[in-house]
Design a protein around this ligand. Structure first.
Ligand SMILES: [Zn+2]
Length: 431
């Protein structure tokens, strides 16, 4: 008997959590935050208790698997983004099970939550969780190091948990998606698939395209005598590596500023995934006032890579826009957003406010210098073709996104309700 429970992420992009019950055992896949609601709570200054987060839908509601608590043998985590790991801090203690993940993801989890038992499994390696359940972390490209499609191996066949994946043939950090392994799987019972970009009729381009866009601006424009500020996702180590190499060509020095960016980079350096030793790193800018004052005097010798692309109130870019630091954004300085805007109400509003402040400073603004880490419709078609799953369960999106993936599966011969399943948070299917 196999039953799949959609706990979170089946009605929104965020708070991802799925449970798979195999006879007398079960595992949980991911425990993520819904960032929009989380940020909204932070801004209201409300206490971050389990009850408050649950009431605001910022974390998954695991009520649908209350009866499975004793059966759960492991919490398996796909990658280090907060919408996949961020709720571990509040939900982990509700289960008597270890967290199992790749080494980089484990490093980030340790910075975010207290976890008694954390099992590290190398990428492209397997681990036997219990009598009936084994897992394998199949390497995929995404926008954070060591992301994996989790292959859940059972006697009924494989279940592929393919959230947050793209097929990048020219990754900047790490290896290519392990297509060979995915092709070898000949008994895929179910593919739980990433619907984020299922309604975009294209292929998601390689990370090298983002690098070329950045190069075009930083090396092709009149930057001399101007400050350059770039913001990107803190976890996007590949993007930061590209920026570092362009900064070097430009003859400047890179300065990474911000707590979360510092943490993600520190973990990547610790595991020798990258070497950023030639850059300066600053965790808390307010504690480095004198240093920032010095840097401000010769801004044209540096490029500042800062947190805050979503307009978060306490992030470095907002502090700069609010003149709260000795480092200043002057008229005609470059502000490059090497990120998209997560399309949710709070985040959109925050970002708009930030841009207005930057306009008032007469900064030159460059937006969307970015490629996504999520497969688009035509990549998803390839993934379905390669893995030939018997059933498909669209996840990681609101209903319009999961429906787009179901429609794509329909084009490929699948039938809604029969072997393509759309569920909402708290619902389950038996296959
Ligand atoms: Zn992700």
């Amino acid at each position: 008997m196999i039953r799949i429970y959609g706990i979170g992420g089946y009605e929104e992009v965020g708070r991802n959590m799925t449970c798979i019950e195999v006879d007398e055992e079960a595992i949980i896949l991911d425990m993520g935050l819904y960032m929009d609601r989380f940020v909204a709570l932070q801004e209201k200054g409300i206490e971050m208790s389990y009850e408050n987060l649950l009431a605001e839908d910022a974390i998954p509601d695991d009520g649908a698997i209350a009866h499975l608590k004793k059966k759960v043998k492991g919490i398996v985590v796909s990658h280090a983004h907060l919408d996949h790991i961020g709720a571990i801090k509040w939900l982990y203690s509700r289960y008597n099970a270890p967290v199992i993940t790749t080494p980089y993801t484990a490093e980030i989890i340790e910075k975010n939550a207290k976890v008694k038992k954390l099992i590290r499994v190398n990428i492209n390696s397997s681990y036997k969780i219990s009598r009936n359940i084994g897992i394998e972390f199949i390497n995929v490209t995404h926008s954070v190091p060591q992301a994996a499609i989790i292959n859940v191996k059972t006697k009924y066949g494989s279940i592929l948990y393919g959230l947050d994946y793209k097929n990048d043939s020219h990754p900047i950090v790490g290896r290519k998606t392990n297509i060979k392994k995915l092709k070898e799987l000949d008994d895929v019972l179910l593919l739980i698939a990433d619907s984020t970009n299922a309604n975009e009729e294209k292929k998601t381009f390689s990370e090298v395209i983002a690098k070329e866009m950045l190069r075009d601006i930083m090396l092709g424009m009149e930057t001399s005598e101007h400050g350059i500020f770039i913001t990107t996702f803190s976890s996007h180590i590949a993007r930061q590596k590209s920026i570092l190499s362009i900064v070097k060509t430009l003859g400047r020095k890179a300065v990474f500023i911000g707590r979360s960016m510092y943490d993600y980079i520190e973990s990547a350096e610790k595991l020798k995934i990258v070497d950023f030793s030639e850059a300066e790193k600053m965790k808390i800018p307010k504690k480095n006032s004198r240093k920032l004052e010095e840097l401000n005097k010769k801004k044209d010798e540096y490029v500042f890579i800062v947190t805050g692309g979503m307009g978060e109130k306490n992030a470095v870019l907002t502090q700069l826009a609010d003149d709260k630091l000795p480092l200043k954004i002057s008229p005609h300085d470059f502000v490059i957003f090497s990120c998209n805007v997560i399309p949710t109400p709070t985040i959109r509003a925050n970002r708009q406010i930030l841009e207005q402040k930057l306009h008032r400073k007469k900064a030159r603004i460059f937006k969307d210098i970015h490629v996504s880490g999520h497969a688009a419709r035509e990549d998803l078609r390839d993934l379905i073709k390669i893995t030939e799953p018997r059933h498909i369960l669209p996840a990681h999106g609101s209903i319009d996104k999961t429906a787009s993936l179901a429609a794509l599966a329909g084009e490929m011969g699948y039938e809604l309700g029969k072997n393509v399943h759309i569920i909402q948070n708290g619902q389950s299917i038996s296959i």
